[in-house]
Design a binder for this molecule. Structure first.
Ligand SMILES: Nc1ncnc2c1ncn2[C@@H]1O[C@H](COP(=O)(O)OP(=O)(O)O)[C@@H](O)[C@H]1O
Ligand SMILES: N[C@@H](CCC(=O)OP(=O)(O)O)C(=O)O
Length: 498
């Protein structure tokens, strides 16, 4: 039993590989039943549970006696429609045996781009959870085409966890945890126990996962980044023993309460809980890492598959200082734990960053970025915009990118050419994706007023309702340490602008 002084909200994501057999696509009934027992026990312990379930296409393939996914999108969508019906009927049947009501929630990215629809979805989750129901979420594959797709249920589960302000996101899969490389291909792969910053993680997740899964580990890291930014502790662990969730939550809760217990000190200065103190948080993480390093060798055998049973070495980032901890080592099943950010991005900011689909990019200068992110935040003025990329309309979303350097594309690739064979005249841009904004002007209008003082907007445009390209309430920024690493991308422009 997970004893907790407060009710926890726990999102559990189950991938296709945990729902049906990789080759025959037969449902893995024992897996599903164990998951149902665990979810119902969590409910009976007073927690709120959401299940994000893949498997519609896998189950649909089985129903139609097909060996693999057809290439044609409409066929896949039809199979998903057939499979989703069977999948939810199966979940409903299993949960009903234990008297647990469930609800089906199908989402596409388009559903949450609109703020009101996002709020509607969040309210529906909230109502269902307070009625004691377990929502079962999947992407609405019948409607989703690439432009409006989450693309994979890992990302969808990260967004769901952020939307409901969950405490935990469990990404249940067919390996015990995240490794430094794919354990299916590398028997010497080392498990990674704790991750405190997904952006600086060094693990090879480039190889594909199971034959039935869509994103492999790469999309689980995206989900972890999304969820931890919203303050959600994210766990990757094996799905075949769902009861491990109890042990892992108990362990994480005990770490949290340890770190929140004020330390008695003779110092005249009050001590802050460790979670508010970046230095002690680091030490806590490092100490935890050491504890977990020990426990991997001793207690994970129950959850280790034949494939990974020999992994007794844990992997700790050598760059991170590790301190001794005298805390007795608890026995916890093998898992990777992604630590939540202490400054969680929630509600409107979470929606701005992760619900919206950017239609273009505004390159802003460092001064604008500083003004937009300081404590007394400013709105985005034309003077801070140095470049506009893409075509978008008023009130659409854009990415905000801090421009670092512009390099003529010829310096990067002398052979660069367009599809029709003509040479590319343009730039390679070194920039950092820092946030999102909803704009008050179209791309064509911003092109005219970028770099201008606010008093000049009226003379440059036919109508100018506001001096702001984006009001501060319509901008949101990724936590500073989580910016994506500098990326180079070519902007195919006229070449005469900068
Ligand atoms: N660094 C890594 N650590 C662990 N698993 C990895 C890694 N890189 C790739 N994988 C693969 O990811 C798979 C899990 O992803 P996936 O098949 O999409 O599962 P699911 O259907 O549960 O979403 C594992 O079976 C493994 O082969
Ligand atoms: N929506 C799809 C699942 C897509 C997906 O992300 O699958 P997986 O990588 O196995 O979690 C389905 O239900 O088949």
């Amino acid at each position: 039993m997970v004893r907790s002084t407060r009710q926890l909200t726990i999102v559990i994501k189950l991938g296709t590989s945990s729902i049906c057999d990789e080759k025959t696509h037969e449902p893995l009934i024992s897996n599903l039943s164990l998951l149902v027992e665990t979810a119902v026990k969590l409910r009976r312990d007073g927690h709120r549970v959401i299940l994000v379930s893949s498997g519609a296409i896998g189950i649909g393939l089985r129903k139609l006696g097909l060996e693999k996914r057809p290439k044609l999108l409409s066929k896949c969508q039809a199979i998903a429609a057939i499979g989703q019906c069977e999948l939810v009927a199966l979940w409903d049947k299993l949960f009903s045996l234990l008297g647990q009501p469930v609800a089906q929630v199908l989402l596409t990215r388009n559903d949450i781009v609109d703020r009101q629809q996002y709020i509607n979805a969040a309210n529906t989750f909230s109502e269902l959870l307070s009625m004691g129901v377990i929502p079962i979420v999947n992407e609405n594959d019948t409607l989703a085409v690439s432009e409006i797709k989450f693309g994979d249920n890992d990302t969808l589960s990260g967004i769901t966890a952020g939307m409901v302000n969950a405490d935990y996101l469990f990404l249940m899969t067919d390996v015990d945890c995240l490794y430094d490389k794919n354990p299916r291909l590398h028997p010497d792969a080392k498990p990674i126990m704790v991750v405190d910053d997904v952006s600086s993680l060094q693990a090879d997740v480039s190889t594909a996962g199971s034959a039935v899964g869509t994103g492999g580990m790469a999309t689980k890291l995206i989900a972890a980044k999304l969820a931890t930014s919203a303050g959600v502790t994210t766990i990757i662990t094996r799905s075949s023993i769902p009861a491990n969730i109890f042990e892992i939550v108990k362990y994480c809760q005990s770490l949290k309460s340890q770190s929140q217990t004020p330390v008695r000190s003779s110092s005249p200065h009050p001590r802050h809980p460790a979670t508010e103190d970046p230095i002690s948080t680091d030490l806590q993480a490092a100490a935890t890492r050491l504890e977990e390093t020990r426990l991997t060798t001793s207690s994970s055998s129950a959850s280790l598959s034949a494939m990974t049973a020999h992994h007794t070495v844990t992997f700790a980032d050598p760059a991170t200082p590790v301190t001794q901890s005298s805390t007795p080592t608890p026995k916890v099943p093998l898992h990777t734990r992604f630590l939540p950010r202490s400054k969680a991005v929630r509600d409107r900011h979470f929606w701005l960053l992760h619900g919206l689909k950017p239609h273009g990019t505004l390159f802003i200068d460092q001064g604008a970025y500083n003004a937009l992110t300081r404590s007394n935040r400013a709105g985005l003025l034309p003077v801070g915009v140095v470049h506009v990329y893409g075509e978008f309309h008023q009130l659409e979303a854009v990415s905000l990118t801090v421009l670092r350097k512009i390099v003529p594309s010829s310096e990067i690739d002398a052979e660069a050419e367009r599809d029709d064979g003509s040479p590319v005249i343009g730039y390679a841009v070194v920039a950092r994706d820092v946030g999102r904004a909803i704009v008050n002007y179209s791309s064509a209008e911003i092109q005219k007023i970028r770099g201008m003082k606010s008093c000049d907007i009226k003379s440059a445009l036919e109508s100018a309702d506001t001096e702001y390209i984006s009001h501060r309430d319509n901008t949101a920024f990724f936590p500073k340490f989580e910016h994506s690493i500098s990326q180079a991308g070519s902007v195919r422009g006229s070449g005469d602008e900068e």
